[in-house]
Design a protein around this ligand. Structure first.
Ligand code: AHR
Length: 332
């Protein structure tokens, strides 16, 4: 059956078809062309996999948001995976990203060791891996493009130096460690031990993992206080564990911040609020706002531009004397 359209409709259809063809032609640049105008630094069409540790702390949630926001800002398609604190989940996620042929992978590794095989697979597939916040121990450093992170050893040392001054070199310390095997747990322990070494009357009387979580910090503190009721200091490898410890101290009838000095690392808003309330004494900042730097590195890796193997994010120390003024400025 032959369908006859009125002239006005035929003109409309022809016009629409031509317009559509023009739009499609504009959308698809011929291969080898520069990115379409409006792309920010040419990342619009990139697909990036982000293998995140989990959501164990408020710091971690802030890091996730920073990376997601930046991806959106740059028009990058982000594939997100939450490993729930398990390395095997993260390895699976990275393999999944490789199978999907992503342009690059951002990895915040749960622990330091055990990454060679999967990083080698990514390298063979020519997919650059940008490490954020935590490093890995590998013999061949060409397995990753770059690492963007704080200096965790320096953070531990800064916490110790603050404490030595505050206590005049005398303390019975309970240490709440982060996730066993994680770079910040290993390094913050080492830095802190180095920082108190010259003070023989500063002793770590107990040290246990609270897994970087608030619940972990609370439970471990409850248990350790029963055995070490004479503890004068709690040093936590992150703010969330310190906030859990503060709850445990209060429930045990002690005044955190005065009966027992509490110090930690991260600099999240909750830590500043606790300092203003007089319950936390000190926090060493560790910025989770790594999105901008992470995608700059992805772009450089894709463009084959040389970059440093490690970019150290600078940190600062805050205590109750500076907390109130700083609180309104906190972005995480
Ligand atoms: O790797 C950074 C650490 O991991 C943060 O200190 C902590 O809060 C997080 O879970």
């Amino acid at each position: 059956m032959k369908l006859t359209l009125p002239i006005s409709l035929r003109t409309f259809c022809l016009g629409t078809t031509l317009a559509l063809a023009a739009v499609l032609a504009g959308c698809k640049p011929p291969s080898g062309d520069a990115p379409a105008s409006g792309d920010k630094a040419g990342t619009k069409s990139l697909t990036v996999g982000f293998a995140q540790v989990g959501a164990e702390s408020s710091w971690r949630t802030a890091e996730t948001k920073s990376i997601q926001d930046e991806a959106e800002k740059r028009g990058v398609k982000l594939k997100f995976s939450d490993a729930q604190g398990k390395q095997e989940n993260q390895i699976k996620a990275v393999r999944g990203f490789i199978a999907q042929g992503v342009d690059a992978i951002i990895l915040a590794p749960v622990v330091e060791t055990g990454w060679e095989p999967v990083l080698r697979e990514a390298k063979q597939a020519k997919i650059p891996v940008v490490l954020v916040d935590r490093g890995v121990k590998v013999e061949d450093e060409s397995l990753f493009a770059t690492l963007i992170a704080s200096d965790f050893v320096a953070e531990g040392r800064m916490a110790a130096e603050w404490l030595v001054k505050k206590t005049e070199g005398k303390a019975q310390i309970i240490e709440l460690q982060g996730t066993p095997g994680a770079a910040p747990a290993n390094d913050r322990k080492r830095g802190f031990e180095e920082g108190i070494k010259a003070s023989p009357e500063m002793k770590i009387i107990a040290s246990q993992s609270g897994d970087f979580t608030r619940t972990g910090g609370k439970q471990v503190t409850e248990a350790l206080l029963k055995v070490h009721s004479g503890a004068t200091v709690i040093y936590a490898h992150n703010d969330d564990m310190a906030i859990g410890a503060i709850q445990a101290l209060e429930e045990a009838g002690k005044k955190p911040g005065s009966d027992v000095i509490v110090l930690s690392i991260d600099g999240v808003k909750g830590a500043f609020e606790a300092m203003v309330a007089g319950k936390l004494n000190c926090t060493v900042e560790c910025s989770p706002l790594l999105g901008g730097m992470a995608f700059d590195a992805v772009e450089k890796a894709k463009a084959g531009t040389a970059m440093e193997k490690k970019t150290v994010v600078p940190d600062r120390v805050f205590d109750q004397s500076t907390a109130k003024d700083e609180l309104p400025n906190r972005k995480y």
